[in-house]
Structure formats: C-alpha cells, structure tokens
Design a protein around this ligand. Structure first.
Ligand code: IVH
Length: 739
C-alpha cells in the first residue's frame, strides 16, 4: 500500500473507532474507552484531515458536535443553540495565560479591522466598546472562573416561572425532551417563586456579593427563562448506587448493572425512558448559564456580566457552585486553577477541569464565536481520571489481617494526576464480575482519594485463551491454607503472624504516621528486615543495633543512624496511638482513642471483659469481642509487655479524664471544604478538646461544621434539626484554643 492509501485507511479506521465510541457514549451511556482515549483518537483524525483536507468526509466525527437522539424521546429544538467550549489541553497553569493572550490578541485585531473598515464607505464601522478599549489600554480582563462539572448538559425552560421543559444538549441544535426525568431532581425548582430569601439559599455556602457597580437585580424571574447547567451525580451517591446494584446482582437481579463512573450513571438516569427508574438514581444540578431569556425591551433582566447572571440564578433558587470566582487577568486564573486542583480530590463530585469565561457581556458579544465555539470561554482541563492500560499480571496480596486481595499489575499509566501501576480488584467476586484477565486492556479510574480501580475491560482486545482469574487455595506468601468464611466475600490466609506478609503489614502499620510514626521505616526496608529475618516480632524493631542495620543492602551509615533515632523518638507516644499501632482487628484510630480516653490505662484495657469494653462509647459487640480475643492471646500480651520493656511509654495519667475537657461528650461531623483548615486539622483541634468527630450525621450529632460544597450531610443535618456551624462557629466553640 502506498503511503497515501495507508493514510486514507488510517482516517477510515479512526472514523469507525470514533463513531463506535460516540454511539456507546452518547446513545447507550455505556462507553468502552475513556474520554482521554477518545480525545487522542479525535485529535489524530483532526490532524490527518488538516494535512489532507481531501480525506475529510461530511460524516466525519470531526464535523459534528454532539450525540444522536435516542428513539423514544421527543426531539427538542433549542431556541438558542447549546454550544460547546474550546478545550485547552495543556493541563499546566500556562493554559490560562494562553487563553488570556488569545482574548487580548483578538480584541487588538478587531480594533485594527474596525479601523480599516472605517475607511471603507461600504461598511459602517462599529468601534469596540468601553470595556474592550480599557483592555486594550492595558487593564486586566475580568473573568469568571468555574469548575467544569463532569456530568450532562441540560437546558431547563421556565415560562412564567414554571418549569415546562427540560432537554439534553443532543447535537447542540436539537436535544431530547427529558422533562419527566429531570423533574425527579430535587435541586431543580419546578416553580420559581421570585424573591427567595437569601438566607435560605446560602447557609454555609456564602459567596461574596456581586461587586463592581452591580445594579440591583430584579428577583422576579422573566416570563421566558432558559437555565443551562449540568446534571451530575455526587461521588458518594454514585458509590452507594453501585453498592445497591452489586447487592441486587448478587441476589440474582438480571436488570441490575453497575456504572463505570458518576457521569455515565447520571447520563443513564437522565436518558432513562422510565422516570420511575430515573427517580431511584440520586442526581444533583449546578446552573452555569442562560439560553433564551425575555429581552430587556420586554421587561427581561438587563445583565451586564456573567457574574450577575450567576447571582440571579442563585436568587431564583438554582444551585450555583460555591467555587465560582471573579478573577482579574491571567494571574488570578492561574491561582484559581491551582486552588481548585488542590481541592479536586476532596470535592464531593467529579470535575474534569475549570472553565474561564470573560465576565463582561459586552466583551463576550465583541468576541463572538469561531466554528460554533465562543471565543470568550475555554475549558482548562486537569489530568484525566480515567485511562486505558494493560494488565501485566494479577497478583494476590496478603493484608495485615490475612485478607487476600487480587491486585491488577498495570503497565504504568498517568491517571488523575499520578502514575498508577496497581489497581485493586477488591475480591474474587469483583474480579470475576468484571472478568479481568492477564493481558487485558482495561479502563483504570482514579478519582478523589479513592484507590485506583479497574472499572471495565475491553473484551475486543482480549487475546484468545486468556484464562479466567481464580483465587489461590494456598497463601502465595507462606503457603498456609486459604479459607473463605461463610457469608464473607473475602478469602483469608490462616497463617497469622507466621505469615511474613502479615508480619510485614503489621510492621508497616505499626510504623505508620498515625500510629507510632517511625520516620524512614517504609516498605522497602520492612521487606529487607523481614526477608533477612532481622525482625520477626514488633519488639525486635527496637532491638536492632547499628551493626545489623548498617549491614543491610543499600543502607548507608547515616540512614541507619537516622532510623535508630526515629525509633528512639517513637518510644514517647500516646496510649491511643499505641493501641492503634497494635493492629487489633476492627480497632481503627478513633476506636483506639475512645478506648484510651475511656479506660485511661493500658492495664485497664487489657484486663477488661467484653461487658466492660462495651461501655466505651461507640464500641459494639464485634469490636469488643475482637479486643478481648486479642488480649486473651498469650503471644499478644507478651508482645505488649516486651514493647513496654524496650521503653515505649506515654505520659502518665494521659489522656486527661475526658469529662473535664470543654467539648467532652460532644459529637461533631465535618462536611465540605473549610476556608482555612484541612479536615485532619479541624478534627485534631476538636478532638484535643475532648470532642468526637464522626463521619455521619445522626440524631446524636451535636454540631455539623459545614464548609464550601457541603452536600448530603448538610441536608441530613437540616432534616434532623442538628445545628449547622461554619469554621468561625467551630473556633468559637474551641474557645480560642484553635489557632
Ligand atoms: S459553559 C457556551 N460552564 O462542558 C458555553 N459548561 O463544552 C457553554 N460544562 O457540555 C458551556 N461545567 O455541559 C459551561 N461551568 C461550566 C461547565 C460547563 C461543565 C460542560 C457543559 C458542556 C461542556 C462544554
């Protein structure tokens, strides 16, 4: 084949692959390849077509905007087209500078064109307006920066304040009527009541008021109002939905299926022909723009800026992201990009980037559009949260408690901002359900602080004869029998501390930051210590001498001394940390602290029967039993004694009797992003005052501390009448002890 023919064949193959992917994505809501892969193929085709325009076909995926209308939905023609925005694929902050420069350059070229036109009698020259003039005189451009929500674009049409129609974007010109399904989203008002009390809208989500000469906005919604925004699914709602689906599948429900990510779950729910099913899928909404609106001449609002639009949307009762900000010039866009990137993992929903929009509507009009994309907006991406890679092996890891976890070893892939080489397959059931096999091409997802996961397999790319995965019958580390207890999904090694894997994990856990905090005792070193038989039990750690350490491979004298120093330092600890470090099953950090607080001394805990243990706040029968069994084993008691004998100690009488601390007996729940404190810091401040910090809101919760983007926990607090406070309120309760 000559090279031209091969380029043509390449373009045809790319078009076929993209069409297939688009059909799976838009029409079936069940994509096989990640977006990043689609984008890569799309750019490849674009590049070929740019170099060889003769190869461009009218039906090429590069020639159209969106998806096809699913049979069963009524088509809706959008009065104002739903456009898409240009994407800046440079994921570094420099992408923001590029956009700012493009806007400026365009305005400068427009000015020149207008000047040229002015000399031409056939044209009426329209000079640039005052905002553009100011920009050209060197003023920074005013922008609004928003998160780019990863969901499904929707247009909501209100007539005389009543929701009359909701439509998907479709191909931008024509979408699908999904009104019935959208009505199930509680965040979307069915009727706009005009003046909504501001306080009702903004508890814990306060935003700066519109600035810079903002005229007072009429709160009465105009006769015709189209609100554009994104329907999405929160991560916690997505996890819970998939969990329900897994339960239904385990119970034999053939109609149940899990979703690969929140966006597909949201899209599937919105484009569900049965509104009853849509209603079972918890969806959320953010408004970010307008479509058709009654013009000012007919009594409609006369907005001057996009920021005013967002404020009006809020006042009409639509959720508007609390992360949206006004930003002056490229430097503030960069700051926003960096700030949101740092928050991304903690947000309750997926975002795939941020969006910058020129704020002044006058400037937006002047900038106009190029090939159906506004020049005044850009999407600035973050590293994708899903990527394709291949499975090189499926290892079975043995955890501290003996649990066997199948882990897919992957060809290294950059996803969600980090290079991923391992992804958990959870357990045998999950591995089989997804049917992951060695050699498979898989989609890996890493979103939030969740551990990377294989979400699906591309069956077409599987080599013939690849065997199904099954759990080993013997521990891959120590050879002991593997058992699966009845009613449990997990397999376990029966080797106990005899199993070096469990020993290694026990050591790593013991040394971890929240436990004994032994700096420098990481995975590689623990491997060496256990494999070389230097350390067999926890107390052995403290018995190592300089000579045995310095004799280890790749261990410099300085590192050996540093480790000895770190070990020495770790001896001074707290009872809570020590208990947590022992790695008793079901005893997490919080339970360990609760026990320390309740009993005061280690002897009291070791002597306690299950009944006494049950007196500890939040300790139930399973936990009590586990603690009791642990301390009933002579070898465990011996380990504890030896650890104390090598010098581990905690302040006498510590912790202070809990009842004396100012916040003793009070339970707090933290939700959303606090303005100046991380979750961990807020938790530590509260706990230092005797408070308990819990993960879920119940009637027993005393306070919910809500920050930006607080979600279902805030709703729950309101529902139960639990007091909601912000960071300042929390600091007030801390009585000035918080920094
Ligand atoms: S503005 C003309 N703002 O990104 C500009 N879009 O191609 C219209 N999106 O499908 C879009 N977050 O669904 C805008 N804050 C945001 C957005 C946003 C997500 C989606 C939107 C559209 C795509 C843009």
């Amino acid at each position: 084949m000559n090279s031209e023919a091969s380029i043509a064949a390449c373009a045809t193959a790319l078009r076929a692959a993209l069409n297939r992917a688009a059909y799976q994505y838009y029409t079936l809501d069940a994509p096989e390849i990640p977006d990043a892969e689609y984008d890569r193929l799309f750019r490849e085709l674009q590049a070929i077509e740019a170099a060889h325009p003769e190869l461009r076909t009218p039906d090429s995926p590069t020639q159209r905007v969106g998806g096809a209308v699913l049979p069963g939905f009524t088509p809706v023609r959008h009065a104002v087209p739903m456009l898409s925005i240009r994407t800046e694929t440079d994921t570094t902050p420099a992408g923001a500078e590029k956009f700012d420069e493009q806007v400026r350059n365009y305005l400068a070229s427009e000015q020149r064109r207008t000047a040229l036109k002015a000399g031409d009698a056939r044209h009426r020259a329209e000079p640039l307006g005052p905002v553009a003039q100011a920009v050209l005189a060197g003023q920074p451009i005013g922008y609004v920066a928003e998160p780019k929500f990863d969901g499904l674009a929707i247009s909501l049409r209100y007539e005389n304040g009543v929701l009359v129609q909701a439509a998907t974007r479709g191909d931008g010109e024509t979408g699908e009527d999904v009104t019935q399904n959208i009505r199930t989203i509680r965040q979307i008002p069915l009727r706009l009541d005009g003046a909504v009390e501001r306080s009702a809208l903004s508890v814990g989500r306060e935003q700066p008021e519109p600035s810079r000469n903002a005229p007072r906005l009429t709160l009465n919604p105009p006769a015709v109002l189209e609100v554009r925004g994104e329907v999405y699914m929160r991560r916690d709602d997505f996890e819970a939905l998939n969990e329900r689906m897994r339960e239904r599948m385990a119970a034999g429900d053939k109609a149940a299926k899990t979703f690969v990510n929140p966006r597909n779950a949201a899209a599937g729910a919105v484009r569900q022909l049965d509104p009853g099913i849509a209603a079972e899928r918890p969806l959320s909404f953010f408004a970010y723009g307008l479509g058709e609106v009654t013009p000012p001449a007919d009594g409609g609002p006369d907005f001057q800026s996009h920021w005013q639009v967002l404020q009006a949307l809020k006042s009409w009762g639509f959720p508007v992201s609390a992360l949206a900000r006004q930003a002056q010039g490229a430097s503030e866009l960069i700051a926003f990009h960096t700030h949101v990137a740092a928050e991304r993992d903690q947000l309750p929903f997926d975002i795939d980037g941020v969006v910058y929009k020129v704020d002044a509507l006058e400037l937006q009009r002047e900038l106009g559009f190029v090939s159906r994309e506004p020049r005044w907006a850009v999407a600035h991406k973050y590293p994708a949260q899903e990527q394709l890679t291949t499975v090189q092996a499926i290892d079975v890891q043995v955890g501290r408690t003996g649990k066997l976890t199948p882990v897919a070893k992957l060809a290294p892939v950059f996803v969600g901002g980090v290079t991923v080489t391992n992804a958990t397959l959870h357990n045998e059931l999950e591995a089989r359900r997804k049917d992951v096999r060695v050699g498979d091409t898989v989609v890996v997802r890493r979103a939030g602080d969740v551990i990377p996961e294989v979400v699906s397999v591309l069956p077409d790319k599987r080599a013939a004869g690849a065997p199904e995965f099954s759990m080993p019958t013997h521990c891959p580390v120590c050879g002991s029998d593997v058992v699966r207890e009845e009613g449990e999904a997990d397999h376990r090694c029966t080797g106990g501390i005899f199993c070096p894997a469990q020993r290694k994990q026990a050591l790593l856990h013991f040394a971890s930051r929240r436990a004994m905090d032994i700096e420098g005792l990481g995975e590689k070193l623990v491997d060496q210590l256990v494999d070389g038989n230097v350390v067999r039990t926890l107390p052995d750690l403290y018995r190592m001498g300089f000579v045995s350490l310095a004799a280890l491979d790749r261990m410099a004298a300085k590192s050996a001394q540093n480790l000895l120093d770190a070990l020495e330092k770790s001896k001074q600890t707290t009872l809570g940390r020590f208990l947590f470090a022992l790695g008793i099953r079901h005893v997490g950090e919080t339970t360990a602290k609760d026990l320390a607080r309740h009993f005061g001394t280690l002897d009291a805990i070791m002597a306690a029967g299950t009944d006494q243990l049950l007196q500890t706040p939040d300790v139930g029968p399973v936990v009590a039993e586990s603690i009791h069994t642990f301390f009933a084993q002579p070898h465990n008691r011996e380990v504890v004694e030896q650890l104390c004998a090598v010098g581990i100690h905690w302040p006498e009488g510590e912790p202070a009797p809990a009842a004396l601390l100012p916040l003793a007996g009070k339970t707090f729940v933290l939700t959303g992003t606090l303005p100046s404190l991380s979750r961990d810091d807020a938790k530590a401040l509260l706990e230092a005052q005797g408070a308990k910090v819990s993960g879920s809101v119940s009637k027993k919760t005393h306070y919910v501390v809500a920050g930006e983007e607080a979600g279902s926990k805030l709703d729950k607090a309101r529902e139960l009448g639990v007091p909601v406070i912000d960071e300042d309120g929390m600091r007030a309760l801390l009585g000035g002890s918080g920094v």
